[in-house]
Design a protein. Structure first.
Length: 495
């Protein structure tokens, strides 16, 4: 394993791409403006990034449109597109340490997590869609024998991709992979907190032979560059990951502009249910702690509502406290660190505001509950509240930080009722030895993914990922993701 000093030296020698990437070149924002990029672990500015706005979006969309219309990518043999994507996946792995450091410095996650999860996961995703590019068959409809009706899938055109900061490169790759495999062009707006890995990715894509104009990256703010992309009359689709509130804006932008398609991967408040016949309480307690403290709790599927059967509650809480103590904050560049800094000061204060609210509303603080002492950056200690009731603010709102709410139930029906008492429906888990009960509950809980006797065990690309209810619609990952970046065409030939 690489040492803390190794990562500090490597970070000190890193160079950053801070301009926009449009039509195969790094360029300043037209206004010449930049914004300060802060390292959340030190609270210091470490570079300034091009601040793109509407005019830059226009130029990037034009570049993407030209690339799409002249067929340099959209009409390339699918197997050839696939080869370029697989080359890009290889380049991501060749630059794994650099990309892992960019993620860590930009948004505060442990570099060890970026090395084991974000970067290999991004490469795997791009490779997977590269492999898939020439494996998809179209259909001949069973019409009258006097006709030949072909149902083919066509790329949509220009896709606007807007992503959050919690897994910057990985969330982008979940969209870039299928959108490019299908032959579209992309204008990508990273979150303002975490643009660096995507700017480097664009450069690697160019090195992998993906033609100019096919993948453009425009750093900038949501209210300006993001909105301009959402309202653009020549963008065919927005693939969005982020909060439910901003997801709703994109639906409005679509209605106010060209009725572009929208897919939304939004927030969550996922229930993690421990039944009295849980097959392994130790394992479940470790999973429950990781489900909320991994990535500092900045995970859309964080298991933020832990529902525990009263019959095993006391025993389980002892185990949960022990498991919680295994998660401690530290310098994200220290390989021993399991929890880094929250992404920015404003977000840290928001998370601490939820802690205050929980104390006011009568939840019992069992662990943490404050900013980590003795650190310059935006660190919050792992926090557990017991005696949380379904009406409390921390049981209802997405906190997106390391704050766990523990709720108690007495029956299967009550567990399902509490689990579904939310506007969200992204993920859930049930721990039970009883296969019938587990299936019954998995069916009854409204969520895009339900895990049984585990929590989010792999980054398997073969399964679709996305939400029910206000967690959004449309799916990332799996072959289903290709559906949203294509549309069906019928060609009827009278014989
Ligand atoms: P956010 O919604 O604030 O921002 C997401 C993106 O939208 C950013 O690029 C931002 O610049 C842009 N944006 C913000 N305001 C905008 C506006 N008015 N118009 C256009 N664009 C705008 O979310 P965040 O704080 O970056 O990320 C956290 C959220 O993301 C959480 O709610 C989390 O659950 C969600 N998330 C969901 C998934 C999923 O797959 N379902 C995955 C990761 C994160």
């Amino acid at each position: 394993m690489k040492t803390f000093d190794y990562w500090k030296d490597k970070a000190a020698g890193l160079s950053f791409r801070t301009q926009a990437f449009v039509n195969g070149k790094f360029v300043d924002a037209l206004s010449g403006k930049t914004f300060a990029n802060v390292n959340p672990a030190t609270a210091q500015i470490f570079n300034n990034v091009a601040e793109c706005d509407k005019e830059d979006v226009d130029i990037a969309v034009k570049a993407a449109r030209n690339a799409f219309e002249d067929g340099r990518w959209s009409n390339m043999h699918p197997a050839e597109r696939g080869r370029h994507l697989m080359r890009l996946a290889d380049l991501i792995l060749e630059h794994k340490e650099e990309l892992a450091l960019l993620e860590s410095l930009d948004m505060g996650k442990p570099v060890s997590d970026a090395m084991s999860i974000d970067i290999p996961g991004s490469a795997r995703c791009i490779h997977w869609y590269g492999e898939a590019a020439d494996k998809l068959m179209d259909e001949i409809a069973p019409t009258d024998p006097g006709a030949l009706a072909m149902v083919t899938r066509e790329a949509l055109g220009v896709i606007g991709v807007v992503v959050p900061w919690n897994f910057p490169l990985l969330m982008a790759c979940w969209k870039i992979g299928p959108a490019l495999a299908a032959g579209n062009s992309i204008v990508l707006k990273p979150a303002e907190q975490s643009p660096l890995s995507m700017l480097r990715l664009a450069e690697l894509a160019s090195e992998a032979g993906i033609p100019d104009g096919v993948l453009n990256v425009i750093p900038g703010f949501g209210e300006t560059a993001g909105q301009a992309l959402g309202l653009h009359m020549d963008v065919d689709m927005i693939a969005f990951t982020g909060s439910t509130q901003v997801g709703k804006f994109f639906m409005q932008y679509s209605g106010q502009s060209n009725l572009k398609r929208v897919s939304l991967e939004c927030g969550g408040k996922s229930p993690h249910i421990i039944m009295r016949d849980c097959p392994d309480l130790d394992k479940a307690a470790e999973a429950a702690a990781s489900a909320i403290f991994f990535n500092q709790g900045e995970v859309c599927t964080a298991g933020s509502r832990l529902l525990v059967d009263r019959a095993v509650k006391d025993e389980f809480m002892d185990k949960l406290m022990k498991a919680g103590l295994q998660h401690t904050v530290g310098d994200p560049l220290d390989p021993a660190t399991t929890m880094g800094a929250l992404v920015e000061e404003h977000h840290m204060n928001r998370v601490l505001g939820f802690v205050d609210k929980a104390n006011e509303e009568g939840a019992s603080l069992k662990l943490g509950g404050s900013r980590s002492a003795g650190r310059e950056g935006f660190f919050v200690d792992p926090t557990i509240f017991d005696d949380v009731t379904p009406d409390m603010t921390i049981a209802r709102e997405e906190i997106f930080g390391p704050v766990l709410s523990v709720l108690t139930f007495d029956s299967e029906d009550e567990a399902v009722r509490i689990a579904n008492d939310t506007i969200y429906g992204l993920a859930a888990a049930v721990w039970s030895r009883d296969i019938s009960q587990a299936h019954r509950m998995a069916r009854a809980v409204r969520a895009g993914t339900v895990w049984v006797n585990c929590w989010d065990p792999t980054g398997d690309m073969t399964i679709p990922f996305g939400g029910f209810k206000q967690s959004g619609f449309g799916r990332d990952k799996s072959l289903h993701a290709l559906e949203k970046y294509t549309d069906l065409k019928t060609t009827w030939v009278q014989l």
